[in-house]
Design a protein around this ligand. Structure first.
Ligand SMILES: [Zn+2]
Length: 395
């Protein structure tokens, strides 16, 4: 299917609402605008009542030769009989913005919608008349109907009705039948029907008219939206509060983190290291003299070149000095525990202090087990060593 080539020009001072750049972005398989949208001067004077320009007058002012199959000229002066469009000799059409721009502005419709609507209407008219634009007084296929239906072929004798076919226009069923009778292919008709759906008001004004037409639904939507936004906002606020708070929320204000919780030393230097993924545990005994025979544990987490160590002293009664969790496959619990080290007694029960390093915010938690059960005060510290939470397990 060949696309119809249209030459689009402006004659005289172009209407301020006319933006020729918009026409280079419109995609159509039915017509194409050839060349640049050029401007020609209007040298003649008005020769009709009410400052109008007759067909004869404009025929002389419009370009005689052009590369398109037909020419559409946009002017800003009143036309003969104060119509908004006139068909002239030699496949030329003149369209005026006079009075139209005010009507369209009132209905928040862009001026180019009016042009697109006429480009489609005249392309079909050109096709149905054997690639010819007949004059109004020539015998030709019917071009318009007097009734306003929002159709490409509305006459719009009452000019204010023009807005109905410049926002989501249609080809009414009667016009579809007429076009088929005039041997316009069903292929072209259906393509035009699809493409003219793009001729519509900007989104903002469509939403505005939706609100005007359906106030209750709009109110419900806005209430639901406000609720959802509010809930999301409060989640964000509480999350920000959680990650920024440094204050003691419960007991034990003034406590401080034991020294050496974060050891920036290289655990790899130690001989007895056990490595698993990016966390490893180093077990070493310190104080080998009888007086100080104690099991001590230092565990390291290694991430982003920072080695962080946890140091723990187990009670002397323990035979297995330490337990550790999450060394392989980090266990994700409430705050995302990175790993935990603790003490195990002769009966293989958790018994004694434990320390956890949290993945989120580099928080340390320390607590104590007695015979396998959490007991006493469990303290949580920030990286800076501030006590941020304290919970009594014996309550
Ligand atoms: Zn119609």
């Amino acid at each position: 299917m060949d696309t119809t080539k249209i030459t689009l020009v402006t004659v005289g001072h172009p209407p301020p609402e006319f933006d020729k750049s918009k026409f280079s972005t419109w995609n159509s398989t039915v017509f194409s605008i050839v060349g640049e949208v050029e401007n020609f001067s209007l040298n003649s004077q008005s020769d009709e009542a009410n400052w109008g320009f007759s067909d004869e007058n404009l025929e002389a002012a419009l370009p005689q030769s052009f590369s398109g199959d037909f020419l559409i000229a946009i002017v800003n002066v009143p036309l003969q009989k104060n119509w908004y469009s006139r068909r002239l000799k030699k496949n030329r059409v003149v369209i005026t913005a006079h009075e139209i721009t005010e009507i369209l502005q009132f209905f928040n419709i862009p001026f180019e919608n009016f042009i697109y609507r006429l480009l489609y209407a005249y392309t079909l008219h050109f096709k149905r008349n054997g690639n010819y634009i007949p004059l109004a007084n020539e015998k030709s296929s019917r071009h318009t109907h007097d009734e306003t239906r929002g159709c490409l072929f509305d006459m719009n004798g009452i000019k204010t009705d023009i807005h109905l076919s410049c926002d989501n226009p249609i080809i009414c069923p009667e016009c579809v039948e007429e076009l088929k009778k005039d041997r316009v292919s069903t292929d072209i008709i259906s393509k035009v029907q699809t493409e003219i759906k793009k001729i519509k008001r900007p989104l903002f004004y469509r939403l505005l008219s939706f609100v005007k037409k359906r106030p209750i639904i709009s109110l419900t939507i806005s209430i639901c939206t406000a609720l959802v936004v509010g809930i999301i906002g409060s989640y964000i606020a509480s999350y920000l509060f959680e990650i920024t708070k440094n204050e003691v929320t419960k007991y034990e204000q003034g406590s401080s983190i034991p020294k050496d919780f974060f050891k920036k030393e290289k655990a790899r230097d130690n001989k007895n290291e056990m490595q698993s993924n990016n966390v490893w545990l180093t077990k070493r005994r310190v104080g080998e003299t009888p007086r100080e025979k104690k099991n001590r544990i230092i565990a390291y987490s290694y991430s982003l070149d920072l080695v962080r160590g946890l140091e723990l002293e187990c009670p002397s009664f323990t035979s297995k000095s330490v337990w550790n969790e999450d060394i392989s496959g980090f266990k994700e619990i409430q705050y995302g525990v990175y790993f935990t080290v603790g003490c195990i007694d002769n009966k293989n029960q958790k018994n004694g202090p434990y320390i956890s390093l949290y993945k989120e915010g580099e928080i340390i938690q320390e607590g104590e087990y007695r015979n396998g059960k959490l007991s006493g005060i469990m303290k949580t510290y920030s990286k800076e060593g501030k006590l941020i939470n304290s919970y009594n397990n014996s309550n």
